[in-house]
Design a binder for this molecule. Sequence first.
Ligand code: AVJ
Length: 322
Amino acid sequence: MIATLLRQAVSPEFAADVRAGLTKPVQRELPSKYLYDAVGSELFEAICLLPEYGLTRADTRLLQQHAAGMVSRMPFPAHVAELGSGSGKKTRILLEAIAKRHRTSYYPIEISPAALAACEKELGKMDFVSLVGYEKPYLEGLRAVAARREPREQLCVLFLGSTIGNFDRPAANEFLRQVRATLQSGDSLLLGTDLIKDVEVQILAYDDPAGVTAAFNLNLLARINRELGGDCQLRDFRHLALWNADERRIEMHLQSMRRQKVSISGAALQIGLAEGETIWTESSHKYDPQEPFRMAEQAGFQQIGQWIDVEWPFAQNLWLVE
Ligand code: AVJ
């Protein structure tokens, strides 16, 4: 009964991505963007409050301490586009610093309707800031924003919270090149990158003892049950966070605790999982402080500033299109 009430219309892309990911040989996987339905977005907000997850606080602190300095180095950003705005709480700090100097248009680009609504509520009524949200994939949204500006108006792109870390390194480089291709001389990009730190600290940040991150990860199976008519038994899976030293990333997996069959009618899929087999759900790459400088250059930017938090190694990197 509850399942029927909660079931939604099947999204063909979600069904196709689940099917492709779960039938991969060697390592099954699910794209991390599907972690953020309404429940997942709220669980992520809770993760940000955990003492073990210092990332968001470091990101916020750097903006609080250095927003004025960052903004003074951006050539007059009349337009601000944000890739994955989330709730928009951190963005307020930057928008306030910009709005002190001049009017600005702010475009949050979000695939999560729940997060976009929260962001519009948080930032929709600021003085000197007009908000237009885009419920679109990042590059599509960015192209739409770039198309609306007048020829000489400058655009600043925000990519905060180390969301870039969800891409593996070659894909991140390719993505950043595509961002660059939508921009023009004088445009800027503020990129947040979580830095490599003690392995224990990193693992605890993704495997907190209260189990919030476990719930965030397991909710992906619950979402598959709700939206695609899956029959995943959440109690037969467990959350796993591990440090991949070769790739310099934390990986989240869902591990099957026994040999089991899963069927997902909305994806026309039936699979058998071995005991101990995992489904890889997310990567969070961690960076060396010098790495963003090289990434900027290969993507066609110049890094003109870097701010590193003293409590939790995390860097804000300011890139400019020369
Ligand atoms: C929002 C992608 C930056 O990778 O740290 C938090 C998501 N996953 N805990 C991250 C996340 C598990 C987060 N990002």
